[in-house]
Design a protein around this ligand. Sequence first.
Ligand code: UDP
Length: 240
Amino acid sequence: MNKESSYKKRSDGREFNEIRPIKAKVGIVPSADGSALFETGKTRAIAVVRGPRTLHPQHMQDPLKGILRVNYQMMAFSVWDRIKPGISRRSLEINKVIEWALSEIVDLTEFPGSVVDVLIQIPQADAGTRVAGLNAAVMALAQAGVPMKEMLSAVAAGKIDKTLVIDVNKEEEDYEEGEGSTDIPLCFGSFSKKIYLLQLDGKISIENFKEILKMGQKASEKIYKIQVEALKNPGKEVRG
Ligand code: UDP
């Protein structure tokens, strides 16, 4: 930890590289083709997958492969201030970044003219909802049997003043002292270790950036193990 940083102890007592308690469960919506829950601390994400099924209207179909559609939404009472339902700039951005990450691993060449819908709902939010949503979505897609090149595991890293942390909570995200808070959502491929999502809103040195990628990758490996354990035991809540 940087000695000059004003953020010397985490607000919830965690180590700087420690993820919040995780819960993961596959098969939470029996009528769906795939479904999963991924929870980290007070952030909870539910993903439901429908498809591959024929896409209507027909003019939207791709004759060469199936298409993937992502719809992310925070529920109205997921945070203290009620969220206005419907599309916002933020939800559009999150849909896009999740869709971009998933499109890289999902292979729908066997399903021309079809669609796979991924619905992500956030019933409770305490920062890191896009990465929790992505983790749940990948598990739901795997359960649905959608062909994928590899799994994805995502985590929100951050720099709180000068301190690098993993799995940023809302209190940390709102930190204003010193350099304030920089949120860095990251997503890694389970085999390739490729980065499929990286967003950075703020300033960070190259050394800190390299360090945070290492910390993020280690955390993603822990998350991957929990996702796999949940996939092997549908209906069972796996904790980590
Ligand atoms: N948030 C909120 N109201 C909103 C949007 C977000 O209270 O309209 C909170 C929520 O806890 C969310 C956090 O702010 O998890 C951080 O949001 P951000 O846009 O950074 O995305 P996230 O970290 O959830 O992926």
